[in-house]
Write a protein that binds this ligand. Structure first.
Ligand code: PAF
Length: 299
Protein backbone atom coordinates (compact mmCIF):
# COMPACT_ATOMS: atom_id res chain seq x y z
CA UNK A 1 0.00 0.00 0.00
CA UNK A 2 1.37 3.44 -0.90
CA UNK A 3 1.45 6.20 1.73
CA UNK A 4 1.43 9.95 1.15
CA UNK A 5 3.38 10.49 4.40
CA UNK A 6 6.76 12.30 4.37
CA UNK A 7 9.70 10.10 3.29
CA UNK A 8 11.42 8.21 6.10
CA UNK A 9 14.39 9.74 7.87
CA UNK A 10 17.50 7.61 7.24
CA UNK A 11 20.03 7.48 10.08
CA UNK A 12 23.32 5.57 10.21
CA UNK A 13 24.13 5.95 13.91
CA UNK A 14 22.80 4.30 17.04
CA UNK A 15 22.70 7.67 18.83
CA UNK A 16 20.47 9.29 16.16
CA UNK A 17 18.23 6.26 16.01
CA UNK A 18 17.78 6.30 19.80
CA UNK A 19 17.13 10.06 19.83
CA UNK A 20 14.37 9.88 17.20
CA UNK A 21 12.73 6.83 18.78
CA UNK A 22 12.80 8.51 22.21
CA UNK A 23 11.16 11.63 20.71
CA UNK A 24 8.43 9.53 19.07
CA UNK A 25 7.76 7.65 22.29
CA UNK A 26 7.66 10.91 24.28
CA UNK A 27 4.95 12.14 21.89
CA UNK A 28 2.83 9.14 22.89
CA UNK A 29 3.53 6.87 19.90
CA UNK A 30 4.08 3.14 20.22
CA UNK A 31 7.12 1.84 18.36
CA UNK A 32 6.90 -0.85 15.68
CA UNK A 33 10.01 -2.46 14.19
CA UNK A 34 10.77 -4.45 11.05
CA UNK A 35 14.39 -5.63 11.00
CA UNK A 36 15.69 -6.43 7.50
CA UNK A 37 18.88 -7.01 5.55
CA UNK A 38 17.59 -4.80 2.72
CA UNK A 39 17.02 -6.05 -0.85
CA UNK A 40 13.40 -5.43 0.02
CA UNK A 41 10.66 -7.21 -1.90
CA UNK A 42 6.89 -7.41 -1.62
CA UNK A 43 7.20 -9.89 1.27
CA UNK A 44 9.01 -7.20 3.31
CA UNK A 45 6.27 -4.73 2.38
CA UNK A 46 3.76 -7.13 3.93
CA UNK A 47 5.77 -7.05 7.16
CA UNK A 48 5.92 -3.26 7.05
CA UNK A 49 2.22 -3.01 6.32
CA UNK A 50 1.24 -5.43 9.11
CA UNK A 51 3.43 -3.62 11.65
CA UNK A 52 2.25 -0.17 10.53
CA UNK A 53 -1.33 -1.08 11.51
CA UNK A 54 -0.32 -1.71 15.12
CA UNK A 55 2.05 1.14 15.94
CA UNK A 56 2.33 4.93 15.85
CA UNK A 57 5.97 5.09 14.71
CA UNK A 58 7.52 2.52 12.41
CA UNK A 59 11.24 1.79 12.30
CA UNK A 60 12.92 -0.47 9.72
CA UNK A 61 16.55 -1.47 9.94
CA UNK A 62 18.61 -2.25 6.87
CA UNK A 63 21.77 -4.09 7.82
CA UNK A 64 23.44 -7.02 6.10
CA UNK A 65 24.64 -8.68 9.27
CA UNK A 66 28.04 -10.34 8.72
CA UNK A 67 27.85 -12.50 11.86
CA UNK A 68 24.95 -14.59 10.55
CA UNK A 69 26.80 -15.68 7.40
CA UNK A 70 29.16 -18.67 7.47
CA UNK A 71 32.65 -18.39 5.93
CA UNK A 72 31.55 -19.83 2.55
CA UNK A 73 28.16 -18.14 2.38
CA UNK A 74 26.92 -15.21 0.33
CA UNK A 75 27.76 -12.23 2.60
CA UNK A 76 29.83 -10.46 -0.07
CA UNK A 77 27.38 -10.98 -2.90
CA UNK A 78 24.19 -10.52 -0.82
CA UNK A 79 22.14 -7.98 -2.85
CA UNK A 80 22.48 -4.38 -1.67
CA UNK A 81 19.86 -2.06 -3.17
CA UNK A 82 19.68 1.00 -0.88
CA UNK A 83 17.86 3.41 -3.23
CA UNK A 84 15.17 0.90 -4.05
CA UNK A 85 14.88 -0.05 -0.35
CA UNK A 86 14.38 3.59 0.67
CA UNK A 87 11.70 4.00 -2.00
CA UNK A 88 9.87 0.89 -0.81
CA UNK A 89 10.08 2.01 2.82
CA UNK A 90 8.60 5.38 1.81
CA UNK A 91 5.76 3.59 -0.02
CA UNK A 92 5.14 1.46 3.06
CA UNK A 93 4.89 4.46 5.40
CA UNK A 94 8.08 3.75 7.37
CA UNK A 95 9.01 6.70 9.63
CA UNK A 96 12.64 5.89 10.35
CA UNK A 97 15.24 3.76 8.58
CA UNK A 98 18.16 2.69 10.74
CA UNK A 99 20.94 1.84 8.29
CA UNK A 100 24.17 1.37 10.25
CA UNK A 101 27.59 0.38 8.95
CA UNK A 102 29.30 -2.78 10.15
CA UNK A 103 31.67 -0.58 12.21
CA UNK A 104 28.72 1.12 13.90
CA UNK A 105 27.18 -2.23 14.91
CA UNK A 106 30.42 -4.06 15.65
CA UNK A 107 33.00 -1.37 16.54
CA UNK A 108 35.37 -3.94 18.04
CA UNK A 109 35.04 -6.40 15.18
CA UNK A 110 32.91 -9.53 15.47
CA UNK A 111 31.43 -9.17 18.90
CA UNK A 112 32.83 -11.10 21.86
CA UNK A 113 29.36 -11.20 23.43
CA UNK A 114 26.82 -13.50 21.84
CA UNK A 115 23.19 -14.19 22.47
CA UNK A 116 22.54 -17.83 21.73
CA UNK A 117 19.45 -20.02 21.92
CA UNK A 118 20.81 -23.56 22.15
CA UNK A 119 18.78 -26.52 20.92
CA UNK A 120 16.40 -24.69 18.63
CA UNK A 121 19.37 -23.13 16.83
CA UNK A 122 21.18 -26.36 16.04
CA UNK A 123 18.45 -28.33 14.22
CA UNK A 124 17.31 -27.93 10.57
CA UNK A 125 19.05 -24.76 9.28
CA UNK A 126 21.49 -24.98 12.18
CA UNK A 127 22.87 -28.31 10.89
CA UNK A 128 24.03 -26.75 7.61
CA UNK A 129 24.67 -23.31 9.11
CA UNK A 130 26.07 -23.92 12.61
CA UNK A 131 26.74 -20.27 13.55
CA UNK A 132 23.83 -18.72 11.67
CA UNK A 133 21.26 -18.33 14.46
CA UNK A 134 23.85 -17.15 16.97
CA UNK A 135 24.51 -14.29 14.53
CA UNK A 136 20.78 -13.64 14.09
CA UNK A 137 19.94 -13.63 17.81
CA UNK A 138 22.96 -11.48 18.60
CA UNK A 139 22.12 -8.83 16.02
CA UNK A 140 18.38 -8.91 16.76
CA UNK A 141 19.09 -8.52 20.49
CA UNK A 142 21.35 -5.55 19.69
CA UNK A 143 18.72 -4.03 17.38
CA UNK A 144 16.01 -4.55 20.00
CA UNK A 145 18.25 -2.80 22.54
CA UNK A 146 18.79 0.13 20.16
CA UNK A 147 15.21 0.55 18.88
CA UNK A 148 13.39 -0.70 22.00
CA UNK A 149 10.24 -1.49 20.03
CA UNK A 150 6.89 -2.42 21.52
CA UNK A 151 6.18 -4.66 18.54
CA UNK A 152 8.45 -6.38 15.99
CA UNK A 153 7.31 -8.16 12.81
CA UNK A 154 8.96 -11.30 11.39
CA UNK A 155 7.95 -13.44 8.43
CA UNK A 156 6.81 -17.03 8.84
CA UNK A 157 8.91 -17.87 5.76
CA UNK A 158 11.88 -18.00 8.15
CA UNK A 159 9.94 -20.30 10.48
CA UNK A 160 12.91 -21.43 12.53
CA UNK A 161 14.24 -17.88 12.85
CA UNK A 162 10.88 -16.79 14.26
CA UNK A 163 10.88 -19.72 16.73
CA UNK A 164 14.44 -18.93 17.86
CA UNK A 165 13.68 -15.21 18.29
CA UNK A 166 10.43 -15.96 20.16
CA UNK A 167 12.38 -18.17 22.58
CA UNK A 168 15.04 -15.46 23.06
CA UNK A 169 12.37 -12.81 23.76
CA UNK A 170 10.66 -15.13 26.23
CA UNK A 171 13.79 -16.36 28.00
CA UNK A 172 15.36 -12.90 28.29
CA UNK A 173 12.06 -11.25 29.35
CA UNK A 174 12.28 -8.71 26.54
CA UNK A 175 9.14 -6.52 26.69
CA UNK A 176 8.46 -6.90 22.97
CA UNK A 177 5.42 -8.38 21.25
CA UNK A 178 6.28 -10.40 18.15
CA UNK A 179 4.02 -10.15 15.12
CA UNK A 180 4.33 -13.20 12.83
CA UNK A 181 3.39 -12.45 9.22
CA UNK A 182 2.33 -15.06 6.65
CA UNK A 183 4.68 -15.93 3.80
CA UNK A 184 4.07 -13.87 0.70
CA UNK A 185 4.33 -15.91 -2.49
CA UNK A 186 4.84 -15.35 -6.21
CA UNK A 187 1.87 -16.27 -8.43
CA UNK A 188 3.24 -19.81 -8.94
CA UNK A 189 3.75 -20.35 -5.19
CA UNK A 190 7.48 -19.64 -4.78
CA UNK A 191 8.03 -17.98 -1.40
CA UNK A 192 9.39 -14.44 -1.81
CA UNK A 193 13.02 -14.14 -0.78
CA UNK A 194 15.83 -11.69 -1.45
CA UNK A 195 17.83 -14.69 -2.68
CA UNK A 196 15.35 -15.51 -5.48
CA UNK A 197 17.10 -12.88 -7.59
CA UNK A 198 20.21 -15.11 -7.76
CA UNK A 199 18.28 -17.79 -9.68
CA UNK A 200 18.73 -18.33 -13.42
CA UNK A 201 15.50 -18.60 -15.45
CA UNK A 202 15.71 -22.42 -15.35
CA UNK A 203 16.43 -22.51 -11.63
CA UNK A 204 13.59 -20.07 -11.01
CA UNK A 205 11.18 -22.43 -12.82
CA UNK A 206 12.56 -25.42 -10.90
CA UNK A 207 12.36 -23.69 -7.48
CA UNK A 208 8.58 -23.90 -7.47
CA UNK A 209 9.06 -27.57 -6.56
CA UNK A 210 9.46 -26.51 -2.91
CA UNK A 211 6.05 -24.87 -2.49
CA UNK A 212 4.36 -27.55 -4.62
CA UNK A 213 5.83 -30.36 -2.53
CA UNK A 214 4.72 -28.60 0.67
CA UNK A 215 1.24 -28.04 -0.68
CA UNK A 216 0.97 -31.73 -1.62
CA UNK A 217 2.11 -32.63 1.92
CA UNK A 218 -0.55 -30.41 3.50
CA UNK A 219 -3.19 -31.93 1.20
CA UNK A 220 -2.08 -35.46 2.11
CA UNK A 221 -2.45 -34.69 5.83
CA UNK A 222 -5.83 -33.04 5.23
CA UNK A 223 -6.93 -36.24 3.44
CA UNK A 224 -5.94 -38.50 6.32
CA UNK A 225 -2.18 -39.16 6.18
CA UNK A 226 -1.00 -39.59 9.80
CA UNK A 227 2.57 -40.81 9.35
CA UNK A 228 5.08 -37.98 9.58
CA UNK A 229 7.67 -40.29 8.11
CA UNK A 230 5.58 -40.87 5.00
CA UNK A 231 5.06 -37.12 4.58
CA UNK A 232 8.81 -36.57 5.03
CA UNK A 233 9.67 -39.21 2.43
CA UNK A 234 7.14 -37.88 -0.08
CA UNK A 235 8.46 -34.35 0.35
CA UNK A 236 12.05 -35.49 -0.15
CA UNK A 237 11.15 -37.59 -3.18
CA UNK A 238 9.22 -34.77 -4.87
CA UNK A 239 12.18 -32.41 -4.46
CA UNK A 240 14.76 -35.01 -5.52
CA UNK A 241 12.79 -35.63 -8.71
CA UNK A 242 13.58 -32.06 -9.78
CA UNK A 243 16.96 -32.31 -11.56
CA UNK A 244 18.00 -28.73 -10.69
CA UNK A 245 17.28 -29.13 -6.98
CA UNK A 246 19.75 -30.52 -4.47
CA UNK A 247 17.82 -31.42 -1.33
CA UNK A 248 19.26 -30.34 2.01
CA UNK A 249 16.39 -31.43 4.28
CA UNK A 250 12.69 -32.26 4.27
CA UNK A 251 11.37 -32.44 7.82
CA UNK A 252 8.08 -32.70 9.65
CA UNK A 253 8.44 -31.21 13.10
CA UNK A 254 6.58 -29.98 16.14
CA UNK A 255 5.80 -26.35 15.29
CA UNK A 256 6.84 -25.14 18.75
CA UNK A 257 9.85 -27.25 19.69
CA UNK A 258 10.99 -28.12 16.11
CA UNK A 259 11.55 -31.71 17.30
CA UNK A 260 10.88 -34.27 14.53
CA UNK A 261 7.40 -35.81 14.82
CA UNK A 262 6.39 -39.44 14.27
CA UNK A 263 2.65 -39.42 14.61
CA UNK A 264 0.56 -36.59 13.22
CA UNK A 265 -2.49 -37.61 15.23
CA UNK A 266 -0.86 -36.77 18.58
CA UNK A 267 -2.55 -33.35 18.57
CA UNK A 268 0.68 -31.32 18.37
CA UNK A 269 0.83 -28.43 15.87
CA UNK A 270 3.02 -29.65 13.00
CA UNK A 271 5.09 -27.91 10.38
CA UNK A 272 6.75 -29.26 7.24
CA UNK A 273 10.03 -27.54 6.40
CA UNK A 274 12.29 -27.91 3.37
CA UNK A 275 15.64 -26.56 2.19
CA UNK A 276 17.31 -27.14 -1.16
CA UNK A 277 20.02 -25.69 -3.35
CA UNK A 278 19.44 -24.54 -6.89
CA UNK A 279 23.00 -24.08 -8.17
CA UNK A 280 24.69 -21.87 -5.54
CA UNK A 281 21.40 -20.58 -4.17
CA UNK A 282 19.95 -22.15 -1.06
CA UNK A 283 16.21 -21.66 -0.56
CA UNK A 284 13.93 -22.61 2.32
CA UNK A 285 10.17 -22.87 2.67
CA UNK A 286 7.62 -24.35 5.07
CA UNK A 287 3.95 -24.87 5.70
CA UNK A 288 1.93 -25.50 8.82
CA UNK A 289 0.15 -28.83 8.45
CA UNK A 290 -3.58 -29.19 9.12
CA UNK A 291 -4.20 -29.99 12.77
CA UNK A 292 -5.07 -33.61 13.39
CA UNK A 293 -6.56 -34.87 16.65
CA UNK A 294 -6.90 -38.54 17.58
CA UNK A 295 -10.68 -38.05 17.22
CA UNK A 296 -10.39 -36.80 13.62
CA UNK A 297 -7.89 -39.57 12.83
CA UNK A 298 -10.50 -42.23 13.79
CA UNK A 299 -12.84 -41.01 11.05
O1 PAF B 1 15.44 -12.14 8.40
C1 PAF B 1 16.37 -11.33 8.20
O2 PAF B 1 16.35 -10.55 7.25
C2 PAF B 1 17.56 -11.30 9.16
O3 PAF B 1 17.87 -12.56 9.61
C3 PAF B 1 17.35 -10.32 10.34
C4 PAF B 1 16.19 -10.76 11.22
C5 PAF B 1 17.09 -8.92 9.80
C6 PAF B 1 18.61 -10.28 11.21
O4 PAF B 1 19.71 -9.85 10.48
Amino acid sequence: MSHAAPPPVVVPTIAECRRLVTEARASGKSIGFVPTMGALHDGHLRLIDACRRHCGFLVTSIFVNPTQFGPNEDYQRYPRTPDDDHRRCAEGGVDLIFEPTVAEMYPNGPTATFVEVPGLSSVLEGKSRPTHFRGVTTVVAKLFGIVQPDLAAFGRKDFQQLAVIARMVHDLNMPIRLLPVETHREADGLAMSSRNRYLSADQRRAAVVLSRALQTAAEAVASGERSADRVRQDLAQAIELEPLAQLDYAEVADAETLEPLDDLSAGRPAVALVAARFGDTRLIDNTLLPTVTSESSCN
